[in-house]
Write a protein that binds this ligand. Structure first.
Ligand code: CDP
Ligand code: CDP
Length: 224
């Protein structure tokens, strides 16, 4: 095999990308790359440096000081920012509600896309995000565009927040998801869009196992 196998999974917030990608990575022995976690780690670094989320120049200047790494872990991969574990910190509401703004800056995207391509050169990968099939790995053998209705995605977020011991409001979560979808789909640089050659998988009303089986079949068909 002269080229690594690449599976790209893109789609809006809470479509199930990371949940499904993680399971498939185990099943096929691929390295799972959570690109959303990288944008979240940069957003956390911006916050910790007390830089305003709209200060593009200061954010750009901070990039060379940001080192992101992953370590295997259960139930989730551990994420490190400059050697410090930030696995939970990058999931805070503060980060969630500001990450789309930070992710819209060209220099941030260039920096992280280079890192993502480098990882994909070293191993077979299953990578999830917003622009993997369109920009990061346009040659990926398998491209999946994972979707679900806004109502269902808000409901999933609701359950996740409840499990974290929070007291979420469904309407607020729905608005936050719609707002992030809008920002991610309308930014100037590599917005969230379906790659022409992506296969759309709608997860509305489907359980995780059903979706995993559907995509596993698609991957197997492409490996032949
Ligand atoms: O898991 P969730 O759907 O909340 O989002 P995520 O995958 O962790 O990504 C967080 C944010 O990072 C997204 O809303 C995008 O603004 C940004 N992102 C991006 O711009 N490009 C990617 N390849 C991945 C994430
Ligand atoms: O990565 P992304 O933001 O696309 O979604 P996620 O973080 O994997 O979150 C999706 C949530 O919906 C998780 O709590 C899953 O347990 C749940 N879920 C799913 O991923 N897929 C389904 N078919 C049904 C539920």
């Amino acid at each position: 095999q002269d080229k690594n196998f690449q599976v790209a999974i893109d789609g809006p917030a809470s479509a199930g990308k990371s949940t499904i990608a993680k399971i498939l990575a185990k099943q096929f022995h691929y390295v799972y790359v959570d690109t959303g976690a990288m944008y979240r780690a940069v957003t956390l670094a911006v916050k910790e440096a007390n830089i305003a989320y709209d200060d593009g120049d200061a954010i750009t200047a901070l990039l060379p000081k940001i080192k992101i790494s992953f370590k295997p872990g259960e139930p989730v991969q551990k994420v490190f920012l400059n050697g410090e574990e930030v696995t939970n910190a990058i999931r805070s509401n503060e980060v969630t509600n500001n990450v789309s703004q930070v992710a819209a800056y060209g220099p941030v995207r260039e920096y992280l896309v280079a890192l993502q391509r480098q990882i994909a050169q070293e191993d077979n990968v299953i990578m999830d995000g917003r622009d993997i099939g369109t920009t990061v790995l346009p040659q990926a053998q398998v491209k999946i565009y994972l979707i679900a209705s806004v109502a269902e995605r808000a409901q999933r977020r609701f359950k996740e927040n409840q499990a974290k011991g929070m007291n979420p409001d469904l309407d607020t979560l729905k608005k936050e998801i719609e707002e992030r979808d809008y920002k991610d789909s309308h930014r100037a640089i590599s917005p969230l869009t379906q790659a022409e050659d992506a296969i759309v998988v709608d997860t509305t009303g489907k359980g995780i196992e059903t979706v995993v089986a559907e995509i596993a079949q698609i991957i197997e068909n492409h490996q032949k």
